[in-house]
Design a protein around this ligand. Structure first.
Ligand code: COA
Length: 261
C-alpha cells in the first residue's frame, strides 16, 4: 500500500540553542497531515528525544493556519487499521514525549490539530486561532486520548459540548477553558513559543525531564490505554457509512446527508 507522497518541505525541522522547531508546512492543503507527515513527525520527536542537544521542542504552523487535521483523501485511501499505523505511532510518540513541548497555534486547528495540543506543555495562540474537534460530524469518535484528557483539563460539561456538538471555538474561549496559556497577535505567536522554549532549554535537563514525568505520571497509563481504545474504534468507524458519507461530502464540497446512517 502506498501513502500520499510527502514533499520534503511538508515538515520543516530546525534545531538551534537547544530547541528543535517542527514547522507544519503544507499550506496548500491547510497543513492537513498525511501518513508520510505523521511518520516525519514521529521521527523528529524520536530524534529530539535521543539528542542530548535538544532540551525543548516547538511545534508550529503558519500564522494563518495551524492544521486542518488529518488529510481526508489520505484517510479515505489509507485508513489507519492497525496500531502501528503512522497516525497512532505519532499519538504514542507525542503523548509520551519526555521533554517540554511548546506549541504555537494560529488559524484553524482541526481534529488532531487540537488534540495534539493536549499533549503539549505550553500552548500559545494567535487571536485568530479556531479550535475544532469535529469527530462527531465526521461519524467518528475522539482520538489522541482526547475523550479523557479534554474533560480532565476543562471539565466534563465543556468537553461534552466540544466533543458531542463538534462546534469550533475561538482562542478567547480556549483561554478561558484553560486549554491554552496566552493569546497574542498571530504574527507574534511563533516568536513567543520560541522565546518560551529558549527559556526552557536554559534549565537543567534532568530537572525538566523529572518535573514533566512527575506531572504526567498520574494519568500516563490511562492516556496510553485510551489512545489504543479510541484508535480501535476510530479505525473501525472510518470504514462505516457515516464517516464514508462525511468524507465523500467534503471531497465533493457538499453537506453530508446522515439521514440513512
Ligand atoms: N484534508 C485534505 N484536504 C484539505 C483538508 C483536509 N483535512 N483541509 C483542507 N483541505 C484542502 C481543501 O480541500 C482545499 O483544496 P482545494 O483548493 O483543492 O479546493 C484546500 O485545502 C484549502 O482548503 P479550504 O477549505 O478552501 O480553506 P478554508 O480556509 O476555507 O478552510 C478549514 C480551512 C481548515 C476550516 C477547512 O479546510 C476544513 O474544515 N477542512 C477540513 C477539516 C477536517 O474535517 N479535518 C479532518 C479532521 S479528522
Amino acid at each position: 500500500m502506498t501513502s500520499t507522497p510527502q514533499t520534503p518541505t511538508d515538515i520543516l525541522l530546525h534545531t538551534d540553542a537547544g530547541v528543535m522547531t517542527i514547522t507544519l508546512n503544507r499550506l496548500e492543503r491547510k497543513n492537513s497531515l498525511t501518513t508520510a507527515m505523521y511518520d516525519a513527525l514521529s521521527d523528529a520527536l524520536e530524534s529530539a528525544n535521543h539528542d542530548p542537544a535538544v532540551r525543548a521542542v516547538v511545534i508550529q504552523g503558519h500564522e494563518t493556519v495551524f492544521s486542518a487535521g488529518n488529510d481526508i483523501g489520505d484517510f479515505l485511501n489509507h485508513p489507519p487499521s492497525t496500531p502501528d499505523a503512522p497516525v497512532f505511532r505519532f499519538m504514542r510518540g507525542i503523548s509520551s514525549f519526555p521533554k517540554p513541548l511548546v506549541a504555537a497555534v494560529c488559524g484553524p486547528a482541526v481534529g488532531i490539530g487540537t488534540t495534539l495540543l493536549l499533549h503539549c506543555d505550553l500552548v500559545y495562540a494567535g487571536d485568530n486561532a479556531a479550535f475544532s474537534l469535529p469527530f462527531i460530524n465526521l461519524g467518528l469518535c475522539p482520538e489522541a486520548g482526547s475523550s479523557f484528557l479534554l474533560a480532565q483539563l476543562v471539565g466534563y460539561p465543556r468537553a461534552a459540548e466540544a466533543l458531542l456538538l463538534g462546534e469550533p471555538f475561538m482562542a478567547e474561549t480556549a483561554l478561558e477553558m484553560g486549554l491554552i496559556n496566552r493569546i497574542v497577535p498571530p504574527a507574534e505567536a511563533n516568536a513567543l513559543a520560541q522565546r518560551q522554549a529558549l527559556k526552557l532549554a536554559a534549565k537543567p535537563l534532568a530537572s525538566l525531564l523529572e518535573t514533566k514525568r512527575l506531572m504526567k505520571k498520574t494519568h500516563a497509563s490511562t492516556v496510553s490505554e485510551r489512545i489504543s481504545e479510541e484508535g480501535a474504534s476510530f479505525g473501525r468507524m472510518l470504514q462505516e457509512p457515516a464517516a464514508r458519507e462525511a468524507f465523500a461530502a467534503f471531497m465533493e464540497k457538499r453537506r453530508p446527508d446522515f439521514s440513512k446512517v
